[in-house]
Design a protein around this ligand. Structure first.
Ligand SMILES: [Fe+2]
Ligand SMILES: [Fe+2]
Length: 166
């Protein structure tokens, strides 16, 4: 049975939010690539690809439930960052926004006894714990590196080694 119209809208909004995250991370990838920080850029590209798969999970879920997919407009992502730290702080803020949105979806689906949506949302709740934790760690590390070029290059290399499934 399909979900109610207001839940359908909420899931469609979540698809748009995941694709907005994809856009945000692509913009960040470009920022790093232009500054020859190709490890950070690679990390952002992988992050963007992951956000795409998140959007598609919700996309497929709506279709499997017999609901309608209606994609929303994507706003231009933030660009013109002032520093490496600022980029990762923006990334953390984006993840926190997504976490709040998923928690809200979970609360709404629970209240509506929409049990079939809960396993998917549970997966996303776990995923957000991972994402926030890994981005917070990077924010701390780039803060520690500060304006030390050697330390930044070390982190750039380390992040560039991140695997595509991580
Ligand atoms: Fe996501
Ligand atoms: Fe994310």
């Amino acid at each position: 049975m399909a979900m109610t119209e207001d839940l359908e809208q909420a899931f469609n909004d979540q698809i748009t939010l995941e694709f907005s995250s994809e856009f945000a991370y692509l913009q960040m990838a470009a920022y790093f690539e232009q500054r020859d920080l190709s490890g950070f850029a690679e990390w952002m590209r992988l992050q963007a690809a992951e956000e795409h798969t998140h959007g598609m999970k919700f996309f497929d879920f709506l279709l499997n439930r017999g609901n309608t997919v209606t994609l929303g407009a994507l706003d231009a992502p933030k660009s013109g960052f002032g520093s490496v730290v600022e980029v990762f702080e923006a990334s953390l803020a984006q993840e926190k926004r997504v976490t709040a949105s998923i928690h809200d979806l979970y609360a709404r689906c629970s209240a509506a006894s929409e049990y079939q949506a809960l396993p998917l949302l549970h997966w996303f709740i776990d995923e957000q714990v991972e994402e926030e934790s890994s981005v917070s760690k990077i924010v701390e590390q780039v803060r520690m590196a500060g304006s030390d070029g050697a330390a930044l290059l070390f982190l750039d290399r380390e992040l560039g080694e991140r695997g595509p499934t991580e």
